[in-house]
Design a binder for this molecule. Structure first.
Ligand code: NAP
Length: 433
């Protein structure tokens, strides 16, 4: 049996999962890769930290050079996270002809070009399956299994934390703060949940997936992003009235020759497969022009699911033959240029919830303004009972209309005297285009 030495940079959630899988599935991995994989070094910040797995003391190091300068280490697994020093370390390792596996979505989405170029120049493998949707094999799915297709669109629930929160709000009628606290207590949400609840994490993943699916370079800043902090349980209630649920979706589709890329809370019909993805699960619903509709479903995070993707990437390198691999990269100049649509150019159906003073003619005034901007209504709910301040809720569902028109109408509505607040505006996706 051939032996290969690898190194881990990071022994946190994901690193621990990788170690456990390499240990518990050693036989299977040997059989499938043809190699006996030895973890020769593990880089951490704090050598004295208590670990969840038993690791020989002598392989733990805080000195990156122990990995870089050891030419017998052929593959380096980056599961530290963050931009620096992760990027510098990976670039240096590739310069020394080491193959890389990483789970670092933020780095790939924001500064991935330099890493891909380096990998291409040096002829080393740079694999990153775990960076999107944890254990779900969506990257290899798109790059390999679906490569015969023109991908027309995809819709993803790619952030488990927000899906957990929205599931709790929908099924147990919790309000946002309580659901977030539960997600934190369960270990799904970080102490600082900003990246998840404001949609940054999903934005990184959408940038990575859409680059692959559409063969283009996607600047993450061109991906429209909206988080879930404005969603209230009352919005869930109104969605239900119309047989819909609210999900944080990462959406990518072609629209008038441009790419429409957006992360946003979205109302979707309750019978759509994505509507039935609950708790911290992830799913990506994808449409290829040959294969038709497909849905990938599974665990988008966690030690073992993410470790599963990382170890899969290691085995893929070993199978491709460590010494000669030049595996999955497209040279940057082989990519297509695709224009990304500005959100103001997009068209959707909308749900609009407004608090108004309950006085005669208010609905008429609202519909007049909407009409002025070509926003036509599919249905209107006026909540019968007014609150102690004499205010009532009006909920509007529009037909498909332009984002720019809705924005202008809302701006004007805010200046209407009986309108107290525009409480929420949520886009509706019925998957009919
Ligand atoms: P984590 O639990 O915080 O672990 C990070 C590890 O890296 C720790 O062992 C830490 O050392 C080490 N480390 C960090 N900075 C270092 C530095 N400058 N020098 C040396 N070692 C350093 O993180 P994680 O949750 O495993 O996430 C790792 C990566 O996987 C991130 O890019 C994340 O986005 C991605 N990812 C995570 C998940 C998930 O479910 N957690 C899912 C998909 C992708 P110490 O232990 O000594 O502090």
């Amino acid at each position: 049996m051939k032996k290969v030495k690898i190194a881990l940079m990071g022994l946190g959630n994901v690193g621990t999962g990788v170690w456990m899988i390499l240990d518990s599935n050693k036989k299977e991995i040997m059989k499938r890769s043809g190699y006996d994989v030895e973890v020769a070094k593990i880089l951490v910040r704090n050598k004295d930290k208590k670990r969840d797995v038993e690791v020989p003391e002598e392989i733990i190091t805080t000195d990156f050079n122990d990995i870089l300068e050891d030419d017998s280490i052929k593959i380096v697994i980056e599961v530290m996270g963050g931009i620096e020093p992760a990027k510098e370390y990976m670039l240096k390792c590739m310069d020394r002809n080491k193959h890389i596996v990483t789970a670092n979505k933020m780095l790939i989405a924001t500064e991935g070009d330099e890493l891909f170029e380096k990998a291409h120049d040096k002829g080393v493998v740079f694999n990153y399956e775990a960076s999107v949707a944890g254990g779900i094999p969506i990257i290899k799915g798109i790059e390999e299994s679906l490569t015969a297709n023109k991908i027309e669109e995809f819709y993803g629930i790619v952030n488990g934390t927000t899906n957990y929160i929205l599931s709790k709000m929908q099924l147990e009628r919790l309000n946002f703060d309580v659901a977030l606290k539960q997600a934190q207590d369960m270990g799904y949400a970080e102490a600082d949940p900003t990246s998840d609840i404001e949609g940054f994490d999903a934005q990184y993943k959408l940038a990575i997936l859409s680059s692959l699916a559409f063969g283009t370079k996607v600047d993450v800043n061109n991906v429209y992003r909206e988080g879930i902090t404005k969603i209230e349980s009352i919005d869930m209630k109104y969605a239900k009235k119309f047989d819909m649920v609210i999900k944080l979706l990462a959406i990518a589709k072609e629209s008038n020759g441009k790419l429409e890329l957006k992360v946003q809370p979205t109302m979707i019909p309750k019978e759509h497969p994505l509507a039935n993805v609950y708790d911290s699960f992830n799913a990506i619903f994808i449409k290829g022009n040959a294969v038709g509709d497909l849905m990938f479903y599974g665990r988008g995070a966690g030690s073992l699911p993410t470790g599963s993707a990382v170890v899969g990437d290691i085995v893929a390198i070993l199978r491709s033959n460590v010494d000669v691999a030049n595996y999955s990269h497209i040279a940057q100049n082989d990519l297509w240029h695709r224009e990304i649509q500005n959100i103001s150019e997009s068209h959707s159906k909308f749900y609009i919830r407004i608090t108004v003073i309950d006085q005669p003619g208010v609905l008429g005034e609202i519909t007049t303004i909407l009409g002025k901007y070509n926003v036509s209504l599919r249905s209107v709910i006026q909540k019968g009972e007014e609150n102690s301040k004499g205010q009532v809720t009006i909920v509007l569902f529009t037909h498909k209309t332009s984002e720019a028109d809705v924005s202008s109408a809302i701006e004007e509505l805010m200046n209407l005297k009986p309108v107290i607040t525009i409480d929420n505006v949520i886009r509706i996706e019925d998957f009919k285009n």
